[in-house]
Design a protein. Sequence first.
Length: 384
Amino acid sequence: MIADDPVRMPPAALPAAFDSRLDVADPGDPVLVDHVKHQALLRAYQARYVVLPETAPSGGVLAGLDRHYDEERLQRLALIRPELEAQLILPLLPPAPETDVLGYIERLLPELQGVKSDPFLTAIEDHPRRAAHYRNFLVQSSADLLAEASASALGVIGEFGAPQSALFRILIDEFGYGTADRKHSVLYRATLCSFGLDDAYNHYWPLFDGPTLVLHNAIHWLFQTPRNIFRQIGFLLFAETAYQRSTLFHARFLARHFPDADARYFAEHAHIDLHHTRMVIDEVIAPMLQRFGPEIGAEIIQGAELTRAVFRQSGEGLTGLVGAFDAAGDADYDRIADSGGRLVSPASAGATGRVQVGAIGTVGALAFARFPANTVGRLLEAGA
Ligand SMILES: [Fe+2]
Ligand SMILES: [Fe+2]
């Protein structure tokens, strides 16, 4: 099913922006097969955006541009997309028996705004290796945040009246009102850099784990499919509201434990997303309901509940790895390799060598075999 080509130039010469490689999964390992399918879907969505290298590649930029946006390559990715979405994303859609979206919002707002803590941050609050786990959180989140709001931009183009203009005003906030330094993705880059991480879009794709790809691909399925306009609005309703609290917890966590880190990304969201939630409800959902009636309510709720499910899965994945690393007994948190190593699951890691998991660190292959069955890692060569 792999539609993309392996790299045609040596990896070192390939700028992250144009790196479209996929792993090759052992067909007998369903965890890896699923993971590589998600990677292919990630590539299909990424191919819709303009991404350029940070600096001019030695052979010039045009050869990479030609290859990355080659029409045949784009067509292959577009061709496999519906099948991958049917297999990987549609089963995640929660049923939406309810259509009363205003009643749903009345319950959702106090629920999300009353959240008292973030389970992942709580799990690492007093952890001696909190820096390694937080580094992994930043790397996993970089899948989407380094191009933040590019997905939702695709839901704004077109023509659908006043609610469209409200969505556009949210979008230009996300893009810093046309000022690069205030663009949310640029603020996120500053946070990555303050942890010594690489801030190039797509740089860390080999370290993205299952929940990260599910979250990325669910969001991009929503917004890269115009049919999903009402589910997109549900995503915004949930995400803007949940983000008010989660970003506040991150800003406070960084102030407590990493006071030198650049936390502007989180502080900005804790403030501006209060407005974004109100805009989604008052300027998008309310007029849409007036115009189209209650039948759209079920789809808005469905989009919000899909968002809840993939956010939760991603948080639980991060938190689960804290416990799995604690239990490993031989964890090494001090070094991460950006790339290299064969993709493995606990079922296929074997008994020798060390396995790197996300950007946390490494554990021995035998310890990795006891990790949750759907974890992926990279088996590093001896001495690597
Ligand atoms: Fe944002
Ligand atoms: Fe926002």
